[in-house]
Design a protein. Structure first.
Lengths: 605, 173, 102
């Protein structure tokens, strides 16, 4: 178990060190991710025999946290560690000359640590926590260039879409834990209907959000605003894989009705996102739509009842898609943008990167002997072997066709015509990472057997379906090369380009209401603040009024009193005229008064 | 009784008339003499009311006093002869009002009070004898006090009248 | 009865005349004459009261004696003050006596 700990702690400590030291970020991140990779591979070696290790950590009362290194988890841990390390190598070259390096490498390392925790989680609480953490790191990394137009809103939209879909995960976990009384994942998988149906559908909702399935695919398009290493690591191989990983893990739980729903959703995504990919005018957006489409095929395989096929394609896809993204990053540095109009002919300049792009692309399209042929073949075979073959099969074939078409289209657009580009800095590092991943993409077909042995299930094989699939792949390549997208899609091109948004899409349904609520809460808080300040102001005003009353009222009263007394005194002074005869009159009057009192006193009772 | 009334009325009117003349004439000597005659009339009234001692005393005293007063008037007054025609009065209205008010109050009191029966009177000889007894027995203290007061007044008057010593002037000037 | 009233009336009128004189004259001597007249009126009243109401007690006559003494004293002191004033200011006109003016 110590190696699995290393797989998590290596990148985590690297992230902490980068944040604390703020210098030497790139070497620290490389060391951390290499340690993680080493740990993951050693752990896989340990559990290769089919054994599994687990560890318990203190958690909530009655719900301890569990880390489990079973064959599935160890394999995924290796995938995450390998892609993480190679993309980190690439990123050293990509981010040369870019500022805020500490923030980037800390974010990437933290993400890798969280993803490792997710794949090794043995209980729902840890899985939920790491699920949220990868969403959070995605938000941080997409919004890396937050001062550019549109970047913060893309990051917020991505976060809000996935977060609202995560409701499904929360409620499903509540249902499962309350039904079984424990949070251990494997123990909760044999709960009966109707809890299984409810939980399964809710988990499908969460997976659809995380893996950018229809109708939640919009956020992945906008997530391309982040740096290309982020797109390569998060949004092709690992974060979006979390949805598929969740589905693979809980596949024993799903009753047949839910399986149908899973498969249908996956198939629908595969076809719709494939169309979107064909219509795109931007390379990275094309690759993002392709990611959604491929994960749709994986969900289709899970729904068809063969999670092993989905797992195999997940591993292969991780290598293929990430190398496609890395190559596009090189092109982006050469031309300064990712739109096809700017990238025309860049393939002729950057031949090595273009070669990598072509190899990975053909693998994705399903050309033998590259890995994609085997994995896609397994998935189509699984779909034809399932009880719902009439529905799943044609849709799977359509998905495979689409993937060939858009790959060919992308290659053509990159090759044709010439344009001028600028020299690319850091191409040594970038090339190293790219080359390693392309090699993996090519060679992973050989891993089919070992993976099947590891998991203990057979990978479906169907020669007829393989032949049909190959034909479709070649035909799709030709179509994509020779026929422009407008002719191909016809009137559907406009809606497809916009991602088939319905009624404003999830912007109107989820993102905008959430932001409006946040704004209302902010206004309410400000209102309370104003209220409190107002109370203080009114107290001050009261004090001012009191002072005014004192100044104007009481002081004036006293002054008037003084004036009155002075006036009376002045008038009394006139009595003191000093003239004797006046004094005599006064004396006479006084005497008369006294006399009167004396006389009246005699009559008093 | 009737005779007494007539005499009282006659001499009373004389006293009043002479008192008015005191203030209405502008000659100082005539004023002094009018006052003398007024006081003499009062003394005669005393005699008419059968208090011989007091009456005689009054007449004697007033004669001497008025003579001295005449000297002083001539000394200090601006116009002793009274021929200049100056009006030597002030605050006429106030003083007339005061006089009338005083008279009215006194008259009112005299007329409205019930004085009781008239009593008889002792013989003059007996009066003087009893007055002497009264003086020497009961009123001795009064007279002693009066005597001391007189002495004090005399000393004080002399002191005031002498004036300041030194170059400004004194009794030898 | 009648003599009593006559005497009292005379005394009242004398008092009023004396008061008028004391208040209206400008000269000190004339003021003192007014006081003399007032005191004369008082004496008349006193004697009338003794003679017609209480002839047995001689305090009435005693009072009159005191009043006479007071009359003499008052005149003496008054002339002394007048002399002193005449020396200081050259006149005894009360209109000019504004020394105590407040």
């Amino acid at each position: 178990m110590i190696f699995s700990y290393l797989a998590i702690l290596g990148p985590l400590l690297a992230a902490a060190a980068v944040l604390a030291l703020r210098r030497g970020a790139a070497p620290l991140a490389l060391v951390g991710s290499f340690a993680g990779l080493a740990g993951a591979s050693l752990a896989l070696a340990h559990v290769a025999g089919g054994a599994s290790r687990s560890a318990e950590l203190p958690g909530l009362p009655g719900l301890p946290l569990r880390l489990v290194a079973d064959p599935l988890g160890a394999l995924l841990s290796l995938v995450v560690g390998a892609v993480g390390f190679l993309v980190m190598v690439y990123a050293v070259g990509y981010m040369e000359g870019e500022g805020s390096g500490a923030r980037f490498y800390a974010g990437m390392s933290f993400f890798v640590a969280a993803m490792q925790a997710l794949v090794l989680a043995g209980d729902w609480v840890l899985l939920l926590a790491s699920w949220e953490l990868i969403g959070f790191s995605s938000y941080l990394l997409i919004g890396f260039w937050f001062w550019r137009d549109g970047v913060p809103s893309s990051a917020t939209r991505a976060f809000l879409y996935t977060r609202s879909a995560d409701l499904g995960l929360y409620v499903a976990i509540f249902v499962l834990i309350s039904r079984t009384g424990t949070s251990e994942i494997s123990a909760t998988l044999d709960v009966g209907s109707p809890a299984a149906t409810v939980a399964g559908l809710l988990l499908l909702l969460a997976a659809a959000g995380k893996s950018a399935q229809t109708p939640l695919q919009g956020w992945l398009q906008d997530a391309m605003a982040g740096p290309t290493p982020v797109s390569a690591l998060l949004h092709s191989a690992t974060l979006v894989a979390a949805g598929a990983i969740l589905m693979i893990r809980v596949s024993p739980l799903l009753p047949p009705g839910v399986r149908l729903a899973v498969g249908l959703l996956g198939a629908l995504s595969a076809v719709a996102c494939g169309l979107i990919a064909v219509s795109q005018r931007d390379l990275k957006r094309l690759l993002a739509a392709s990611t959604s489409s491929q994960y749709g095929l994986m969900l289709l395989a899970v729904g068809a009842g063969s999670p092993v096929a989905a797992l195999f394609h997940l591993v292969a896809h991780a290598a293929m898609k990430s190398s496609l993204f890395l190559a596009s990053g090189v092109f982006q540095h050469a031309r300064g943008s990712t739109a096809f109009t700017d990238l025309a002919g860049v393939g002729r300049e950057r031949r090595l990167a273009f070669l990598g792009f072509v190899v990975a692309g053909l693998a994705l399209a399903g050309v033998p002997p590259l890995s994609g042929f085997f994995s896609k073949d397994a998935m189509i075979a699984a779909s034809f072997a399932s009880p719902y073959a009439p529905v799943f099969g044609p849709l799977a074939l359509a998905g495979a066709l689409m993937s060939a078409v858009y790959v060919a289209r992308a290659i053509r657009l990159l090759w044709h015509s010439t344009g001028a580009g600028s020299p690319v800095a850091g191409s040594g590092w970038m090339g190293a990472g790219l080359a390693a991943l392309v090699a993996l993409a090519a060679a992973l077909g050989l891993a089919e057997g070992p993976i099947a042995g590891l998991i203990g299930q057979d990978i479906p094989r169907n020669l007829l379906v393989a032949g049909v699939g190959l034909a479709l792949a070649l035909g799709g390549l030709l179509l994509g090369w020779f026929v422009p997208a407008g002719r191909l899609l016809g009137p559907a091109r406009g809606p497809a380009e916009r991602g088939f948004r319905l009624g404003g899409g999830f912007d109107a349904l989820a993102a905008r209401p959430a932001l409006a609520l946040a704004g209302a809460a902010d206004r309410f808080d400000r209102g309370i603040h104003r209220g409190v300040v107002g109370v203080g102001e009114s107290a001050l005003a009261l004090a001012r009024a009191a002072r005014l009353a004192d100044d104007a009222g009481i002081d004036r009263l006293i002054a008037a009193l003084v004036r009155g007394t002075r006036g009376l005194g002045g008038r009394a002074r006139r009595l003191q005229s000093g003239l004797v005869h006046r004094e005599l009159v006064l004396a006479t009057a006084g005497a008369a008064l006294i006399l009167a009192f004396l006389i009246l006193g005699a009559f008093a009772p | 009784m009737l005779l007494q009334t007539v005499f009282l009325a006659f001499f009373g009117l004389a006293a009043i008339w002479f008192a008015v003349v005191v203030f209405r004439t502008s000659s100082m000597v005539r004023s002094a003499l009018a006052l003398l005659f007024s006081q003499a009339a009062i003394g005669t009234m005393f005699l008419a009311m059968q208090t011989e001692f007091l009456g005689v005393l009054q007449i004697m005293m007033m004669a001497t006093e008025m003579a001295i007063m005449a000297i002083f008037m001539v000394m200090y007054m601006m116009d002793p002869g009274g021929l200049s025609g100056m009006d030597m009065t002030h605050q006429k209205r106030v003083s007339i009002a005061a006089g009338v008010l005083g008279t009215a109050v006194a008259v009112g009191t005299a007329l409205l009070v019930d004085w009781g029966p008239i009593a008889g009177v002792p013989r003059p000889g007996a009066q003087v004898h009893d007055l002497g007894i009264e003086l020497m027995e009961r009123s001795m203290l009064i007279f002693e006090t009066a005597g001391v007061t007189i002495l004090t007044a005399m000393v004080a008057t002399t002191a005031i009248a002498i004036g300041p010593r030194g170059p400004r002037g004194g009794v030898d000037d | 009865m009648a003599p009593l009233y006559v005497a009292l009336l005379v005394g009242a009128v004398l008092f009023g005349v004396g008061l008028y004189g004391a208040l209206s004259q400008t000269n000190l001597v004339m003021i003192m004459m007014g006081v003399e007249v007032m005191l004369g009126g008082a004496m008349v009243n006193l004697v009338a009261f003794w003679r017609f109401l209480h002839p047995e007690t001689y305090s009435g006559q005693m009072f009159v004696l005191i009043v006479m003494t007071v009359m003499a004293l008052e005149m003496a002191v008054g002339f002394g003050v007048g002399t002193g004033r005449f020396r200081a200011k050259g006149s005894v006109e009360m209109e000019e006596a504004r020394d105590l003016k407040g």
